[in-house]
Design a protein. Structure first.
Length: 51
């Protein structure tokens, strides 16, 4: 059974994935923004695997 925390992390991970996709589809993607979003997504993924 999922906890509320785990569900929140999965939602956050999906939102970050969507933001990365949106940024990549812009005419001139901001590489700094992409790098930060990817770092955040990785941190969330790591927390999900340890939860």
């Amino acid at each position: 059974m999922y906890s509320a925390h785990q569900t929140a992390l999965e939602t956050k991970h999906a939102n970050l994935d969507q933001r990365i996709s949106d940024e990549l589809h812009r005419p001139l993607p901001n590489q700094t923004v992409l790098a930060e979003l990817k770092k955040q997504k990785l941190r969330v993924k790591e927390e999900l695997t340890t939860a």
